[in-house]
Write a protein of this length. Structure first.
Length: 337
């Protein structure tokens, strides 16, 4: 379209546009652009490669983001992409661009967080790049992982009658962001104010220091289950459901009452006069996993307490959220763009 703009195209439209203009030249490249990680044939196994970019003022606000947490999060969000392919992360590279307002101790703090994440996920920091920046802090992390060829999970494998599941709980990171933004506004009005976040520590922690669910990959391996499709929940549940639907050419029906939600998430949503359905469905950055599993694996899945069934897959390519009242509403993505 001649009048198409970046704004009208959106992030995912832009990715598709880039993908459609990209040529792959090597047989070893099993999958390029279009999933949580690229897939490269490494002989006995597949190598997985993922990259994420975090920009100050776009992805984080240093008014309330500790640099150590930021370093940790930069690694965790990449680890999450490897886990979303049912893989195990092994190495990372880190590139960082910094402006002259940052001192050496600030850089040390960022790498303290990065090294803490490397220890937590048992991964090696093996390289990267450093540069000056005229526009604040920029961190780019690439993660390298691996997965056995018969255990890889793409976005495209969902089948009719599969069970839709999520890990952990949803909506907490988005509500944590609301709490932090409120505190920022109150601090701007009165710099002497004391933060009121003691009872919001779980929500704030989910926003500032999320975890990639590599534990779930190990749990699935132990019970012998390979998801038919999988994606991490970075842009909100609704957006990720639409990704799996598009790639698998299937429909998803999800029941709101089945979605795992912490009480503090619901209470804070009410406190902020926010629609809890919109907050949980469209709020991003939980970095949990959305997956589909075969009916015959349902009994096995029950052994993993952190996995909750929330719906089912249909041949009809329509995506529905069933509300507690029984009313059905079409799933639309209103998360990150």
């Amino acid at each position: 379209m001649e009048n198409e703009t970046l704004e009208s195209l959106g992030e995912f439209g832009l990715i598709d546009r880039i993908k459609n203009n990209t040529t792959l030249y090597h047989n070893e490249t099993i999958l390029g652009i279009g999933d949580d990680a690229a897939v490269i044939d490494n002989g006995d196994s597949f190598t997985l490669v993922s990259t994420d970019l975090l920009l100050e003022g776009v992805h984080f606000d240093l008014t309330y983001t500790p640099l150590k947490h930021l370093g940790y999060k930069a690694v965790a969000v990449n680890v999450s992409d490897i886990a979303a392919m049912n893989g195990v992360p092994l190495q990372i590279t880190v590139s960082i661009a910094i402006s002259n307002r940052f001192g050496l101790s600030d850089i040390d703090e960022i790498y303290e967080g990065i090294n803490a994440a490397c220890e937590a996920y048992n991964i090696d920091l093996v390289g990267g790049d450093t540069s000056s920046s005229r526009s604040g802090l920029i961190i780019s992390v690439s993660a390298i992982g691996k997965v056995q060829k018969d255990k890889i999970a793409y976005r495209s494998g969902a089948k009719a009658n599969d069970i839709v599941c999520v890990t952990g709980d949803l909506g907490a990171a988005y509500m944590g962001l609301q709490v932090l933004e409120r505190e920022k506004q109150e601090f701007s009005a009165n710099p002497n104010m004391q933060p009121k976040i003691e009872d919001k520590s779980y929500l704030v922690g989910r926003q500032l220091r999320p975890e990639g669910r590599t534990d779930i990959v190990h749990d699935l391996n132990e019970i012998g289950v390979v998801p038919t499709s999988m994606i991490d929940i970075s842009d909100g549940l609704a957006s990720e459901i639409l990704h799996l639907s598009k790639h698998s050419q299937k429909g998803f029906t999800v029941f709101f009452e089945n979605i795992p939600i912490e009480n503090s998430t619901l209470e804070t949503s009410s406190e902020f006069s926010l629609n809890p359905i919109a907050s949980i469905i469209s709020g991003g950055e939980d970095y949990e996993l959305l997956m589909t599993i075969r009916q015959e694996d349902f009994e096995k899945i029950k052994k993993i307490a952190e996995i909750t069934p929330i719906g089912f897959v249909t041949d009809e390519i329509e995506n529905w959220l069933v509300l507690n009242s029984g009313e059905k509403t079409k799933i639309v993505a209103q998360g990150w763009k």
